[in-house]
Every structure is written in C-alpha cells, then in structure tokens.
Design a protein around this ligand. Structure first.
Ligand code: PAF
Length: 282
C-alpha cells in the first residue's frame, strides 16, 4: 500500500491511476479504523479499480468542548489494517496542508437546513466542518466514487445534498452500519466506554429495534413513541439527547403516510456521545 502525505504526491498518484484507465474509489476517515471502516474499503474495492483511504482528524468539525485532543490516533495499526484489506493507498494530510490559512481564514461549505437539526443542533458548526473538509478532500482526490457509513446517517444526507447542489461528479455510496454481536454499532468512540458502560451500550440498538417493531405494526403516534424510547434509554443509564422518527430523505419529522422513515438516536453514556439509527420501511 502506498502512503502519501503531500497534496502534490497525492495528485501525481491519482493522475497515474487515471492515465492507466482506473476508476478511483475514496474512503474518507478520521482513523482509529474498525471493521465498519474496513467494510467501506471492501465496498470501494467491489465498485472501483483503485481505492484510496484518507486519515485526517478534522479539527474544523469538533466543537470547543469536544474530544479533538482525546480522539484516538492509531496510525500504525490503521496502516496494517488497510494493507490487510487491500487498500491501494492511504492519504495522510497535515492540518497545515488542509488549512493553510488557519481554521478561521477558510472558505466554508454550508449545507442549509439539514445541517442545523438533530446532531447539528447539539453540535453547532459540526456539519459545516464536515462539508468543508469533504469538499476539500474531494477536490484533492477527485474520486469517481466515495463511500460513507450509514451509521452517520445525517452526515451521509448532508454529503449527498452537497454533492447534488454543487454538481460534483462523484457517486456517493452509503454502506450499512457494522454492528458488534450485541447490536452495538461500531464506532471509534466506543473505545471511550468503561467496562460497565459497554454492558449498557447495546440497549441503544435494542430500544431502537423495539421502536422499529412498533412502527412496523402500524403505530403512528410518533412523538409519544419516541418519548417512550428516550425514557427507556434514560432508565437504562443513558442521558438521551434525542430520539426522532424522521422522513428518510428530508430528515423532517415523520408524518402519517411516510413510507420510508428512519429512527435517529443520540445519547450520552457517561461522557461518551453515541449515535445510531434504524431505517424502517412502513
Ligand atoms: O465520518 C468521519 O469519519 C468524518 O466525519 C469524515 C467524513 C472523514 C470527515 O472528516
């Protein structure tokens, strides 16, 4: 696997691949790779001829009191995993290369409406940071296709909207959430959980699944159902940020008659903020 750190080395590698007639698949990550990330790389390998992964802990998408400094950095293990799964290259830009004028002297990409609800309401500026860095990475890599986990459901919708609005010639693939046997969605932030919290964490998926069953049975008092689920989570030891049932495309509150909805949950276990979601076809 090739390791490239500078933007110029990246451009010459991608140029070479394209001159040789290869399609390029791209998996942007913040590192600390787990099986969920590796499933994105596998999808990319199934769909494109060359696959490049970026590892960049993006300061712009972290709020002031968030876990930027504590965010796990495990570069050696990440490179070994990427080599094993057959990625062709990894791109490791520096903060200076990514934001040469500093974080404040920066043109931003802002996707309206869906960036400001749900996680965007609790984490102001987060999706602006994501949209900006993903745009920059897309401009650097110029992939034919890019692969994102459905676990970050709102992020995926933000990116899909951005790509459509800005006419970016990139196919966006959403890859289903990888889960542990307990149902817990794989996440780099699971590493923050204590032994005791790990035992409680699977309740997030269990509660969401229970809500999904109720919806499939035809129950439609969405607000009440979501409140009951939040109560169940709080009783289990979470501090729930939100449980919402929303239209899959717009992320606006579901209404009776919607055929495709998604349950979105964000909840704290101790100091760790976990998110998960469950799409439900009605
Ligand atoms: O999902 C992530 O890991 C990040 O938000 C992303 C898409 C790599 C942008 O920094």
């Amino acid at each position: 696997m090739q390791v490239v750190s500078s933007i110029s080395a990246l451009r010459s590698l991608i140029g070479q691949w394209k001159n040789d007639g290869n399609s390029v698949g791209f998996v942007p990550t913040m590192g600390n790779l787990h099986d969920g990330h590796l499933s994105l790389v596998k999808q990319a390998k199934d769909n494109t001829q060359k696959v490049i992964v970026s590892i960049f802990v993006n300061p712009m998408q972290f709020g002031e009191n968030e876990d930027l400094d504590a965010y796990p950095r495990t570069l050696d293990q990440d490179k070994a995993k990427l080599t094993d799964v057959g990625a062709d290259a990894v791109f490791l830009p520096s903060v200076e290369d990514m934001y040469p004028g500093g974080l404040k002297q920066q043109t931003f990409v802002e996707v309206p409406d869906i960036s400001h609800v749900l996680c965007g309401a609790s984490r102001p500026g987060h999706f602006r940071g994501v949209a900006t860095v993903v745009t920059k990475l897309f401009n650097m890599v110029q992939p034919d296709a890019a692969f994102f986990g459905e676990k970050d459901f709102q992020q995926l919708q933000v990116i899909r909207t951005m790509v459509q609005d800005l006419s970016m010639p990139i196919a966006i693939h959403g890859v289903p959430t990888a889960r542990e046997d307990s149902g817990l969605a794989m996440s780099s932030r699971n590493g923050y959980l204590s032994k005791e919290e790990r035992l409680v964490a699977p309740e997030l998926f269990a509660a969401m699944s229970g809500l999904g069953e109720s919806l499939k049975k035809g129950e439609y008092l969405f607000t009440e159902l979501a409140q009951n689920t939040a109560r169940r989570l709080n009783e289990a030891g979470f501090v729930t940020d939100y449980v919402k049932i929303v239209n899959t495309k717009t992320l606006q509150p579901a209404v009776v008659g919607d055929k495709s909805v998604v349950i979105l949950v964000a909840a704290y276990l101790g100091t760790t903020r976990l998110i998960d979601n469950l799409p439900v076809v009605l």
